[in-house]
Design a protein around this ligand. Structure first.
Ligand SMILES: [Zn+2]
Length: 43
């Protein structure tokens, strides 16, 4: 069911960055287990 997608993400535990340990909200599947700061494609 399509509506369950939102509930699914709401119920996910906070992800933790593997690099800095900061909890962050998963924004895209390309981030892997790094927060957006550590996984900056510009670096
Ligand atoms: Zn990080």
């Amino acid at each position: 069911m399509m509506m369950n997608a939102l509930e699914f993400f709401k119920n996910l535990p906070d992800k933790k960055c593997a690099k800095c340990g900061n909890a962050y909200e998963e924004q895209a599947d390309c981030y892997g287990n790094l927060c957006e700061n550590c996984d900056d494609p510009a670096r």
